[in-house]
Design a protein. Structure first.
Length: 285
């Protein structure tokens, strides 16, 4: 295996895939081949969505309507940005209503449990159900039966998010456990009521915490990502042994989308471009 990290290997391949004449952007004052100067260049069709909500209406636990613009990350112009990968993938299904069934069919084939008769009532990027707790889902779907599907999306990250202790507030996470998480975890059918266990896989467990009943929690990563933190997180998810909490792989989902989109030439062409950018490079590293 190359001494370079998975992220570095993918960045190099992606950066070399675009013509030298395309203006490159910088990071900390240094120009890199895998960074675009213009965010629109990092969109499959050159269109950058402005709003998180792509269909319907969602409210948070206080009953307030969720209505905010997308906050693009500092690294969104990086070709390997997981935020842009997520947006490039999901936004296309909500431009025409008949495309939504293609998404649901491909998710079913990829291991997500969705009733055959279900349809999408609402959907959003970066949905935050609780402003005090602050978890936000990379993508979130509410089905017409009242259940939801949440997505945590990774591409070249080396791990799922963990606890980051703050010198200015060393007791932050213990306090947050007692004030917010403890009572919620105690009543959860999957998670252990244990602070150390909960924070041991913090981002994963925060996502799972919001799933109950027939809800689905999907962790979407490339199978090719061999980073120890990602592999360890996927193993933890598998050990939970819950059909509603699943690992789904980009390689499988992208292939299933192409199969399901055969009846929609415009959408299939879009996802052929998506696969060229994000999926084909996985086998070249």
């Amino acid at each position: 295996m190359s001494e370079l990290s998975f992220a570095k290997r993918i960045q190099a391949i992606m950066g070399n895939s675009i013509p030298d004449c395309v203006p490159r952007g910088t990071w900390n004052g240094v120009e890199y081949k895998h960074i675009y100067r213009d965010l629109r260049e990092n969109s499959i069709d050159g269109i950058i969505p402005e709003h998180c909500i792509v269909k319907g209406t969602l409210t948070d636990i206080s009953g307030a309507t969720f209505s905010v613009p997308i906050k693009y990350h500092l690294g969104a112009r990086h070709m390997n940005s997981s935020q842009m990968m997520c947006i490039n993938f999901f936004k296309a299904f909500f431009e025409e209503e008949d495309r939504e069934r293609i998404l649901l069919s491909a998710l079913r084939k990829s291991g997500v449990v969705i009733p055959d008769e279900a349809s999408i009532e609402a959907a959003a990027f970066e949905y935050e159900p609780d402003r005090a707790e602050k978890t936000n889902f990379d993508f979130f779907i509410k089905l017409d039966n009242g259940s939801h599907i949440s997505f945590e999306v990774k591409y070249t990250e080396s791990e799922f998010g963990g606890v980051k202790q703050e010198k200015s507030d060393p007791g932050k996470y213990e306090r947050k456990w007692h004030e917010i998480y403890s009572s919620r975890v105690r009543n959860h059918p999957v998670l252990k009521h244990d602070m150390v266990d909960f924070y041991g896989n913090y981002q994963i467990n925060r996502n799972i915490l919001y799933a109950s009943g027939n809800d689905q929690t999907v962790f979407l990563t490339p199978r090719a990502n061999d980073s120890k933190g990602i592999a360890g997180g996927r193993a933890y998810i598998d050990r939970l042994g819950c059909s509603r909490i699943v690992n789904v792989y980009w390689e499988d989902l992208a292939a299933n989308i192409l199969d399901e989109a055969s009846c929609c030439p415009k959408l299939k062409k879009y996802f052929e471009a998506f696969n060229t950018k994000y999926i084909a490079v996985l086998s070249k590293q």
